[in-house]
Design a protein around this ligand. Structure first.
Ligand SMILES: NC(=O)c1ccc[n+]([C@@H]2O[C@H](COP(=O)([O-])OP(=O)(O)OC[C@H]3O[C@@H](n4cnc5c(N)ncnc54)[C@H](O)[C@@H]3O)[C@@H](O)[C@H]2O)c1
Length: 333
């Protein structure tokens, strides 16, 4: 067993991570500005110490193997900086941040100090994402020409226990919004199709949701591999719609994260075939991700997504916001 971790932010995902990490660590500390959250989580799990300030937790203990950053995105950088000062490894929730500012400098320090740094774009850990990757690597639908990614859900349905208007997702300055939050989809297409050359985007508010963050983001991407992609993220779909359609010279593949299927059409077979997976297999992404991080801490695996990688997704997000603002197709620098 490893020694101790500090989980900063014990809302929805923080709690989930505690449930998956508890078997690997002797001691778990938590920090959250909300006393009610600290109380609830201390009742649910065996917690050593709880703090209203993560700075106090870091001052009081020298035994953390890692800090697990689970706050709204606008705080990720400051928390990571404090952990790095104390040479502590990092597990950071996605998106990396609200923008790339400050991360390159911090990442240089992290690399120099050889700290483990993992960013939780957990969709890469889904069994059927890995299956999709292996099908594409086998080239079964020939040369990829275009992709269409749909990623939509209805924000007021996310956390039935709280008013969506008070959730950080409703607030632009805290890193809420369709584009930042649903950037799992950006990580996914970069993982499958490589880096992006340019983007044209429209990001904004098109619904009656009472939020200052964006509720719709439409991105047209041109990949370096000469694939064109259309990605559309929203917070208004009255039933979750999350799928990726890939058109190749020899067929079509549809990965569906709501139905948990991969549908394949190969022209040489002239029919559709469906591979079925389960919701349980989907939810396994969290324990699989936790195991991966533990293996990174033990030196058995290299981080699947580190800050260097997550910064490429963040850069694409930043460039999409700029493209939308200036109404221009922009190169990814
Ligand atoms: N990978 C996934 O599947 C997944 C799922 C949900 C959320 N997330 C990500 O996790 C992060 C948090 O999302 P959430 O849904 O858990 O939000 P949440 O609102 O449920 O929880 C965030 C917690 O952070 C606390 N917090 C705010 N300021 C703080 C501070 N200064 N110090 C300590 N704690 C503080 C809040 O009080 C709250 O309890 C976001 O980056 C989100 O995108 C990832």
């Amino acid at each position: 067993m490893l020694n101790a971790i500090l989980v900063v932010g014990v809302g929805s995902i923080g709690k989930r991570h505690i449930s998956n990490f508890k078997k690997y660590f002797k001691k778990i500390d938590i920090a959250d500005t909300r006393s009610d959250r600290l109380k609830d989580v201390s009742k649910l799990y065996k917690i050593r110490n709880s703090y209203k300030s993560y700075i106090d937790a870091l001052k009081n203990h020298n035994d953390y193997s890692a800090v697990i950053v689970c706050t709204p995105p606008h705080l990720h950088l400051d928390i990571a900086k404090e952990a790095v000062k104390k040479n502590i490894n990092l597990f950071i929730e996605k998106p990396l941040s609200i923008n790339s500012k400050g991360w390159k400098e911090l990442n240089r320090k992290i690399i120099n100090k050889k700290l483990i740094n993992y960013v939780a774009f957990c969709h890469r850990h889904i069994k059927y994402t890995q299956k999709l990757k292996s099908l594409l690597d086998k080239n079964i639908i020939g040369k990829i020409i275009n992709i269409n990614l749909r990623w939509g859900s209805y924000l007021p349905d996310w956390h039935p226990y709280e008013d969506y208007r008070s959730f950080y997702m409703a607030k632009k300055n805290q890193g809420g919004g369709a584009l930042l939050d649903e950037s799992h989809g950006i990580d996914l297409v970069r993982y499958l199709f490589g880096e992006v050359d340019s983007v044209f985007a429209k990001v904004g508010n098109f619904s009656d949701l009472e939020i200052s963050s964006d509720d719709n983001a439409y991105l047209t991407l041109i990949f370096k591999e000469k694939i064109i992609g259309h990605l559309n993220f929203d917070l208004v779909a009255r039933h979750p719609r999350i799928y990726l359609e890939i058109n190749g010279s020899e067929g079509i593949i549809i990965w569906d994260r709501v139905e948990h299927t991969i549908k394949i059409f190969e022209i040489k077979k002239n029919k559709w075939k469906t591979l079925n997976f389960s919701k349980e297999e989907f939810m396994e992404m969290y324990p699989r991700q936790a195991k991966h991080f533990i293996n990174c801490l033990k030196g058995k695996e290299k981080e699947k997504i580190d800050i260097t990688d997550a910064l490429k997704t963040q850069n694409l997000i930043d460039t999409s916001f700029s493209s939308s603002k200036y109404e221009k197709l922009l190169k990814i620098k």
